[in-house]
Design a protein around this ligand. Structure first.
Ligand SMILES: Nc1nc2c(c(=O)[nH]1)N[C@H]1C(S)=C(S)[C@@H](COP(=O)(O)OP(=O)(O)OC[C@H]3O[C@@H](n4cnc5c(=O)[nH]c(N)nc54)[C@H](O)[C@@H]3O)O[C@H]1N2
Ligand SMILES: Nc1nc2c(c(=O)[nH]1)N[C@H]1C(S)=C(S)[C@@H](COP(=O)(O)OP(=O)(O)OC[C@H]3O[C@@H](n4cnc5c(=O)[nH]c(N)nc54)[C@H](O)[C@@H]3O)O[C@H]1N2
Ligand SMILES: [Mo]
Length: 780
């Protein structure tokens, strides 16, 4: 696709006609003008399928047509008319495809046949399903130890597929479960249990109707969870205060025209979303949070002195929490000048936000990747919990902590056992249900998997969805290690980079997507998913499968399991796959919270998996909600180099993680290009650089490895000082593998110290050779 390369200021609100137009274009590009529109009518309907886009819930899942531009794109990209067939693979060698850009790979369309890599011709060639399963079984059974294999999961897999997958891998004998969550909300999964005893959010959608104030830290709802915009839109219209903290002035956080609001659409009107959008420095949120808490404590002190009602929720703090004294002591010694310096905001601005928080009876604290993907991401999350606890904003209608999850079922995957750290209940549950004892030794997460590949210990890598080789940090280096594996297996819907960065033997196993009819031995099946607010519901596709040769994810996993484990397996694989009700019955035995699973998903809207914190029951070591002190204000190590900028990496409006919908980013005014770096005028001046200049970005790290991205174009953007921004996954080669949060091991994708210098070559065409694509040396 040839998109014109331009940078221009986008002055319209987010949403509105622009969103409708973009939706229409997405359907057109994918060649599904008519059937696509019908497909959309079934999205998020009681009898329809769950949107494969984000994890934001739907109003009771029974609402009328809920429209969302990026949901529509996610569906259009799956329901595309284009096909990636054996003829396609016969025409293009793997080395040739490896030189294509990610957008063009994606545009090859839906995979239609199981394919195996043929080294002699350097091509993927068709293979029968049974032969593919047998190949996997042979490789796995030839390993010295099951820990030589790693089993990745991307969060789109259904509960049923994910459950069978973890069951297979555990019966095989390892807990090596790297998953996308390790790169995403792991800081939530590790941080919130220490604070409130549960690693998930505490709000439901209806709480948004009762919140007086909503704070959004490091999350971009207009792009990444657009259905959330309708909740923010109504909250703003009924007068709730919304305060956002983001280095970027994200358009949808400022103003939004709801495509469902006929008046706004007819009058080109819009609603102001954030009452205040504070441009915090990259990595400055802890300073903001501590500043807000300090302001609250100061206000509370003043209230005590003036014999006024307290600002802290003393009853809650005394009855439910632990550790307030240490927190107060820390806040009292934290200096405002340090807070201002680190946050990039003034004391007045922070106090204003704190005042809004103090005046709100009920407040919701929302956050996303801007909080979790830092060196101290886990502790960042805990500061959000601290702020909530100070005023008892947990376990009350209209209030709570709201981590916005990424993939549409990433939360469900965890709930049904995708974790490298199984707890005693999980192990006992599998024993109870299937009569074998799964391994208890902790397995590899994403970073450990990559380390194991680097050391040459890993031999087999399997992925249930996703695009591992592009999503990981440091990929320019680590892809070479992936190529040394004996076998890579990708269960996928579309061709992507990871299929081309393959092992000596390699399989691509094409699966049904969510929009498609799934027929098994006992008839048509539905799957289930859990959204960001722990609502579990059923999803059933309506479309004809993209090819008659596709299998469902549960069936593929069962096929691999049977071929690997043989007839002595304790799991009746074929029996379970014949009817997914049986998989759900098994899930219920392993995880009692799913009691009456099959009955409850048949109720429209599904059911809520209760969160103990929501009931103010604290499943922590102290039996209380814990205030946890953050030592200092720096979320990331301060680089020695005074010239370094903190690079944050984020999504454009036209991408779904590594899937590109186009090369444009409408709301940030960037069109037809992604090889850009956003910098502010002051930082440009300091370096004698100008908008439009080509620059090289060097990572500042002390491990002796040179990490560089060349020839990026400068886009001048009103960012705070000390930081810059660029798109993921192109700049991931700048993120050192070992730059991660030690607690959750989430890569610090949102704060990479870089030096920016005029480009050494100045040649625009050189860009893609170094930054976007990697060679295919291994087979060349
Ligand atoms: N259309 C679409 N939807 C998606 C996705 C997608 O790629 N496309 N991805 C899905 C997935 S897996 C996930 S995890 C979510 C991701 O959704 P988000 O959490 O929104 O992810 P990002 O776009 O990476 O970054 C979020 C915001 O953080 C800001 N930010 C960057 N650094 C900082 C910082 O230090 N502090 C603060 N306060 N803000 C910062 C960025 O400017 C950006 O606005 O969305 C999911 N939904
Ligand atoms: N620098 C930087 N890096 C990041 C991030 C960042 O913000 N900055 N974000 C991180 C985050 S939050 C995440 S979640 C990861 C994402 O990492 P992943 O989840 O691994 O990546 P995706 O791009 O979502 O995977 C897309 C692929 O999934 C396959 N797919 C799509 N639908 C289905 C399906 O229904 N079934 C199957 N089997 N396959 C399917 C398609 O082949 C598609 O190409 O990236 C992380 N990497
Ligand atoms: Mo994510």
């Amino acid at each position: 696709m040839s998109e014109k390369k331009v940078i221009r200021i986008y002055s319209e609100p987010a949403g509105g006609w622009g969103a409708l137009k973009a939706t229409g274009e997405a359907l057109k590009i994918q060649g599904i003008a008519v059937s696509g529109a019908q497909t959309l009518l079934h999205m998020n309907q009681p009898q329809g399928f769950d949107c494969p886009g984000c994890a934001w819930p739907d109003p009771k899942h029974t609402s009328s047509f809920e429209f969302c531009e990026n949901g529509a794109k996610a569906v259009a990209w799956e329901a595309t008319a284009m096909r990636c067939t054996p003829e396609f693979f016969a025409k293009h060698s793997v080395s040739e495809l490896a030189a294509w850009n990610d957008y063009d790979l994606e545009m090859a369309g839906r995979l239609t046949h199981p394919m195996v890599y043929d080294a002699a011709s350097d091509r993927y060639v068709p293979i029968e399903w049974d032969d593919a399963f047998a190949l996997v079984g042979r490789h796995l059974n030839a390993l010295d130890h099951p820990d030589q294999a790693d089993f990745y999961t991307s969060g789109r897999a259904s509960n049923e597929a994910a459950f069978l997958y973890q069951l297979f891998v555990r019966e095989f004998g390892t807990n090596n479960f790297p998953d996308c969550s390790n790169m995403c909300h792991e800081a939530t999964s590790v941080g919130l249990p220490q604070s409130i005893g549960v690693g998930k959010g505490t709000v439901l959608l209806e709480d948004f109707e009762h919140a007086d104030a909503i704070f959004i830290f490091g999350q971009n709802p207009g792009t990444n969870s657009p259905r959330m915009m309708s909740d923010l839109h109504s909250a703003a219209r009924r007068g709730a205060k919304i305060v956002s903290f983001n280095p970027f002035r994200e358009r949808a956080l400022e103003r939004f025209a709801s495509p469902q609001n006929p008046v706004e659409m007819a009058t080109l009107g819009f609603t102001n979303i954030s009452s205040f959008l504070y441009q915090v420095r990259v990595g400055g949120d802890v300073a903001v949070l501590k500043g807000m808490m300090k302001a609250i404590v100061e206000a509370d002190d003043a209230a005590i002195a003036a014999d006024q009602p307290r600002v802290l929720d003393v009853e809650f703090i005394e009855g439910h929490t632990h550790g307030i004294d240490a927190l107060l002591a820390d806040l009292r010694t934290t200096r405002w000048d340090a807070i201002e310096r680190t946050s990039g905001l003034t004391r007045d601005e922070i106090c204003n936000a704190a005042n809004i928080y103090m005046r709100a009876k009920n407040a919701i604290l929302v956050y996303g990747m801007g909080i979790t993907q830092h060196h101290r991401g886990t502790e960042n999350v805990q500061q959000i919990a601290n702020l909530a606890l100070l005023r008892g904003n947990v376990g009350r209608p209209g209030a709570g902590i709201c981590p916005v999850r990424g993939h549409s079922n990433v939360q469900g995957n965890r709930t049904v056992g995708i974790t490298e750290k199984p707890n005693a209940q999980l192990i006992a549950g599998i024993e109870r249900a299937f009569g074998f004892t799964p391994p208890s030794k902790h397995g590899n997460d994403v970073v450990a998997t990559l380390d194991s590949m680097t050391r040459g210990e890993a031999k087999v890598f399997m992925a249930l969805g996703g695009n591992f080789a592009a999503a990981i940090p440091d990929w320019a280096r680590l892809q070479n290690d992936i190529r040394e594996l004996d076998l890579t297996v990708h269960i996928a819907t579309k061709l992507n980079r990871s299929h081309l960065v393959h092992g000596k033997a390699a399989l691509i196993l094409p699966c049904l997507g969510r929009t498609e009819i799934d027929i098994q031995a006992d008839g048509p099946q539905s799957i289930t998913v859990e959204d960001s607010m722990s609502m579990v519901h059923a999803s059933a596709g309506r479309n004809e499968p993209a090819s008659p040769f596709l299998m469902s994810e549960p069936a593929i996993v069962a096929g691999i399991a049977r071929a690997t484990l043989g007839e002595t397996s304790r799991v009746p694989w074929e029996h379970l796959v014949a009817s997914y009700d049986r998989i759900r019955d098994a899930i219920e035995i392993v995880f009692p919270i799913f009691q009456a699973y099959n009955a409850r998903i048949r109720v429209p809207g599904g059911f809520h998996l209760t969160s103990s914190a929501r009931e103010r029951v604290w499943d922590t070591k102290t039996g209380r909600a814990n205030f946890l002190v953050f030592d200092g204000l720096d979320e990331n190590p301060v680089p020695d180099d005074p010239d370094a900028l903190a690079l944050t990496t984020m999504r454009s409006h036209d991408q779904y993680n590594t899937t590109l919908y186009s090369h444009s980013d409408r709301y940030r005014g960037v069109f037809g290009q992604r090889d850009v770096v956003f910098m502010n005028a002051r930082e440009l001046k300091k370096r004698n650089l100008h908008a439009g200049d080509r620059v090289d970005l060097f990572a500042v790290a002390n491990d002796g490895i040179e990490r560089v991205i060349r020839n990026f174009k400068i886009v001048e953007y009103a960012l705070p000082d000390g930081c810059c921004g660029a798109y993921y996954p192109e700049v991931n080669p700048l993120v050192p593998l070992h730059a991660f949060d030690p607690q959750s091991r989430t890569p610090a994708y949102k704060s990479v110290p870089v030096k920016i210098v005029p480009s050494a070559t100045g040649d625009e065409s050189a860009l893609h050779a170094t930054a976007v694509q990697t060679g295919h040396e291994h087979h060349a």
